[in-house]
Design a protein around this ligand. Sequence first.
Ligand code: NI
Length: 193
Amino acid sequence: MAQRQVIKMGNPILARIAAPVEWFGTAVLDELITDLWDTMAAEGGIGIAAPQIGESVRLVVFGLADEPRGPCAETIAPTVLINPVITPLADEVELGWEGCLSVPGMRGQVPRFNQIRYSGFDASGNTFSRDVSGYHARVVQHECDHLDGILYPQRMSDLSSFGFNDEIERAMMARLGAGNAGAASDDPDSETR
Ligand code: NI
């Protein structure tokens, strides 16, 4: 039960293929899940993957109980997802802003499948599956990429939107100030994972 240190891009643990969890119903797993929630809350993220606190296992947590976040102001129920499998349900890919607790202070636009099914195990070792879209689907794809050693900049098709939060926000405010109403749809959420 503790906030753990989040490791950052460049640490080789973040580039590894994480190992499946095989120890359901143990105190070690419960403690790891608690540490992930505590660390995510302390860092202000909407999701976190075990490798980000140095534990190279296939476990992510995401969601917020009551605080809508993201471009759609969508609430994602707090979820523990272990040994996940993601299946795209349609070919449609959307660009959207992402940040990452392991790439602090930066964001970029990342293409992701708009509709996916994810399945896996909960903390008790029970299987479950959900069909989701939009921001929820984006969060899950981002978190599960961490389990395969992939950080969101590696998913970007165009690095021209990659930059520092303060500069991007300043540029957007300038565009809005210039009367470019169309810029509102680009408004990046301050999401960090
Ligand atoms: Ni991340």
